[in-house]
Design a protein around this ligand. Structure first.
Ligand code: PLP
Length: 392
């Protein structure tokens, strides 16, 4: 048996995430590896172990125990194999490239919200607007989907064109990150999205196409067709497993480490739903790691309501159907706005409307004792046109 860097080991391509969840769940539950990965003399993973190998890769394990043409019993804690090394600190935040820049912002802060807490109940917010490009949680998936496609999709290395339907945040993230990777973007914006998004995206150098459709998933057919015609890669945040994986390997894991090292045990985590990427990954990670003693709340817009970035489950989401969400809450625009103002005015934190929806959902569910975590996806600056018509 020897320990080798996971990047030195070769394998068949990663299968769809649903085929890896059983192994990932077991690893998260036990927190350890109990058998070696079987490889041949050229460090190619055996057919029987390639899913296990990808489960380890998805979790961000850096070194793996291997044996040639057989498996052995071993016992290694995930932490001893580099599980937490993705979050190694760069305290002075000197960055040589885009990947270093985005990772220097992680973990995003976890902040105590005094105005929503009481003696028995502590409410904390994870501030995703402190990501560097789109000031949103979408930097994580923009970065990871591009890195993943460059590694695994040869079409991207030849065409270098990325097409995507986005309600703004993913578009900005992809456009900024594409620059340094030598890629070009074309972003399809649905008609419900505020006008300034065209400007932001064009200033950043993207091509922008406005479509008649109301929400991003309705525009998907057009994006698919255009990508085929132009030999571009449709990165497709709605179905691309790199979305879910980025939140499992980074967002969920870093929240877990922040909580553990601060002596906090979460009782409830509240997430808004768009693609369902972050809610699903956080649910899967914490349900396995914390053995079910935790409630996951998903927040969707009430029927007919538009809350930027958020969608209803029935409009089509991939990962939410693979995980457990304990409670779904519906919030309308007014409630999201009120929730947002509670945080901007009482806490001085410039969060956006989906963060407001997360806050608003707390008024619709029974309070709990203990620690509640709210995932705050973005910043309010993009929504000034929306506020113009509803606040001023
Ligand atoms: N909030 C905002 C502002 C968003 O842009 C999005 C996604 O587009 C979400 C929430 C939902 O995140 P997810 O796609 O991970 O479900």
């Amino acid at each position: 048996m020897k320990l080798v860097a996971i990047d030195e080991v070769r394998s068949l391509p990663r299968p769809p995430i649903e085929e890896l969840l059983e192994d990932i769940g077991k690893l998260l539950k036990s927190g350890k590896i109990e058998e070696t990965v079987e490889v041949d003399e050229d460090l190619k993973v055996s057919l029987t172990h390639y899913k296990f190998f990808h489960a380890l890769k998805v979790l961000g394990i850096k070194r793996i125990p291997v044996t040639i043409n057989r498996t052995d019993r071993v016992e290694y804690r995930l932490e001893d194999l580099g599980f937490e090394e993705d979050l190694e600190n760069n305290p002075l935040r000197v960055c040589r490239n885009i990947s270093e820049l985005i990772k220097s912002c992680w973990p995003t802060p976890l902040i105590y919200l005094k105005s929503l807490s009481s003696d028995l109940s502590q409410v904390w917010a994870k501030l995703e607007y402190l990501n560097p490009f789109s000031n949103s949680i979408k930097d994580r998936i923009g970065w990871y989907m591009l890195i993943d496609a460059l590694e695994n999709d040869s079409r991207l290395t030849s065409s270098r064109l990325v097409y995507e339907a986005s309600s703004t945040n993913t578009g900005i993230a992809l456009t900024c990150i594409s620059k340094s990777l030598g890629l070009k973007t074309r972003i399809y914006l649905p008609s419900s999205v505020q006008k300034c998004s065209d400007l932001y995206l064009k200033i950043l150098g993207s091509e922008v196409v406005r479509v008649q459709e109301q929400i991003t998933t309705q525009a998907l057919e057009r994006v698919k067709e255009d990508s085929r015609r132009d030999n571009a890669v449709h990165i497709n945040q709605f179905e691309n497993d790199a979305n879910f994986i980025s939140h499992l390997r980074f967002t969920a894991k870093e929240l877990d480490i922040q909580l553990k090292r601060s002596g906090l045990k979460p009782k409830r985590i509240v997430c808004s739903l768009g693609t369902s990427g972050h809610a699903s990954a956080i649910s899967f990670y914490f349900k396995n790691r914390y053995h079910g003693d935790l409630e996951i709340v998903g927040v969707q817009p009430a029927k007919g309501e538009v809350i930027p970035g958020m969608r209803r489950v029935e409009t089509g989401m991939k990962w939410i159907h693979l995980v457990e969400i304990d409670r779904m809450v519906e919030v309308d625009y007014e409630e999201a706005l009120k929730g947002m103002l509670k945080i901007t005015i009482n806490e001085g934190l410039p969060v956006g409307l989906s963060s407001g929806a997360v806050v608003g959902s707390l008024d619709k569910i029974p309070p709990i004792d203990g620690v509640t975590i709210l995932i705050m996806p973005d910043h309010f600056y993009k929504y000034c046109e929306v506020f113009n018509s509803t606040i001023l």
